[in-house]
Design a protein around this ligand. Structure first.
Ligand SMILES: Cc1cc2nc3c(=O)[nH]c(=O)nc-3n(C[C@H](O)[C@H](O)[C@H](O)COP(=O)(O)O)c2cc1C
Ligand code: SF4
Length: 416
């Protein structure tokens, strides 16, 4: 089993500090093509290959762009979400550092497609080391006339601004991210208004993940329809995934949709360390669901993973071997959410703490039937009544583990 090279085709092919080097491999040809197309043709092209947002929510990207274009309003904004806060998810970083000019080009094209005047890149604080490469790409793109006023003589004005976060997971959520860009505390707000109508600085805003954006120039230049021939059904093309945990070769891989979970773990990631048995696999970061080894022959597709009770989400995969118990894993996950909850709404603030207390009791063999019932109830209430996606999804791992490993959730049950 091998990886594919579509999204990653530019990796290593040019000097990431030089626009000239990027242009020698065809850089900015996609933008030249885009500005001669109807904006709607760009979103149609993305819709045709059924691209779902790669940031975690799996929203149809073609539809998002046409909705953003349809919003009436001045000075629209496109934001590139480079917060990459999900645990075990480190694939956007590869696109930022190995192909920064493609990301800049993508943001300009999407700006043109939705009728925006400004692009913002919101980058997590931990990626400060990539600021120079992005700032240099912005500066060079501007000096070549790909940014600024009247781009390519088409009367299209667009600028890009780079913002760094301050290290909060919740700032990957759209409304919190926008507040952070505005210089406010990065806390989510109620919707509506939806950010597509009133986002950053109350301007219509279209928020896209790094990987979702990075696909766009390649799709525009894919005259041979290579991408459309990969995958099938609702999962066309390729996906950048990051594999972490107890495997021999953790890393980032571009796979064709349809590659099985077994091929990912055993061929690409080199198998489980010392051939230990798999305890569980978490898909899509800390907010993702878990499965046991019965998922190994499942194709990595949106439909395949959903059928197996998990999700693609952010594209992270965490492999935990038999040395770690299900409860120890859940406690670690729970610690993360108790820390990262912004504390603004009761279900998430209190729920995360109470679940942690009950998980601790369970791990010590002291939980009662009533405790376990309560824990499940709290998790379910959180998922339907929290103010933002953090509280809504924090208990995905617990609720899925309760289904997959029922014997763990018994009074006095074994901590394994
Ligand atoms: C708590 C929380 C954290 C998130 N973190 C990220 C993130 O780091 N990167 C990202 O692209 N999307 C993140 N998202 C999803 C975004 O809210 C949004 O759906 C996404 O950026 C939209 O882009 P896409 O449609 O291209 O995926 C997060 C959502 C929540 C609720
Ligand atoms: S769900 Fe959690 S993170 Fe989201 S607003 Fe409520 S307390 Fe904050």
């Amino acid at each position: 089993m091998s990886t594919v090279k579509f999204l990653t085709q530019n990796f290593g092919a040019y000097d990431v500090n030089s626009i000239g080097s990027y242009m020698k491999i065809g850089g900015f040809n996609a933008l030249r093509k885009a500005v001669n197309m109807e904006p709607s043709a760009i979103s149609d092209l993305i819709a045709a290959v059924k691209v779902k947002g790669r940031g975690g929510a799996e929203y149809d990207m073609g539809r998002k762009l046409s909705q953003a274009r349809a919003v009436v309003g001045e000075n629209k904004i496109v934001i590139c979400n480079a917060d990459e806060g999900e645990t075990t998810t480190f694939k956007d970083r590869e696109l930022i550092k190995n192909d920064p000019f493609n990301l800049i080009e993508a943001l300009i094209i999407v700006g043109y497609a939705v009728g925006a005047t400004d692009g913002y890149i919101y980058m997590r604080s931990e990626y400060a080391c990539y600021r120079p490469v992005i700032l240099n790409a912005i500066r060079q793109a501007k000096s070549y006339g790909f940014l600024g006023e009247n781009i390519l003589g088409k009367g299209f004005d667009f600028n890009i601004h780079l913002y760094s976060g301050a290290g909060a997971y919740v700032c990957g959520e759209g409304t919190a991210l926008i507040r952070s860009i505005e210089g406010k505390a990065g806390r989510p707000r109620m919707k509506p208004p939806f950010i597509k109508q009133s986002g950053a600085f109350a301007r219509p805003t279209c928020l896209c993940n790094v990987e979702s954006l990075s696909l766009v120039p390649h799709l525009l230049m894919d005259d041979q329809e290579f991408y459309a021939r990969l995958g099938s059904g609702d999962s066309i093309g390729s996906k950048l995934i990051s594999v972490a945990g107890n495997v021999n070769r953790p890393g980032v891989f571009e796979i064709a949709f349809g590659t099985t979970v077994r091929e990912i773990i055993y061929d690409l990631a080199g198998g489980v360390q010392k051939n230990r048995a798999i305890r569980l696999i978490q898909f899509g970061g800390a907010s993702g669901k878990v499965a046991d080894a019965s998922v190994l022959d499942t194709p990595y597709t949106y439909e395949g993973l959903r059928g197996a009770g998990v999700m693609v989400g952010s594209g992270g995969m965490l492999i935990i071997d038999e040395r770690t118990s299900v409860l120890d894993f859940l406690l670690m996950n729970q610690e993360f959410f108790s820390e990262e909850s912004c504390g603004q709404c009761t279900p998430c603030r209190e729920g995360n703490l109470h679940i942690k207390i009950i998980l601790d009791k369970l791990a010590e063999g002291k939980a009662t039937d009533e405790d376990i019932r309560q824990m499940k109830k709290i998790a379910q209430v959180m998922s339907v009544s929290s103010l933002c996606g953090l509280g809504e999804t924090a208990q995905n791992s617990l609720l899925s583990a309760m289904k997959v490993f029922p014997s763990v959730f018994q009074p006095g049950g074994k901590n394994k």
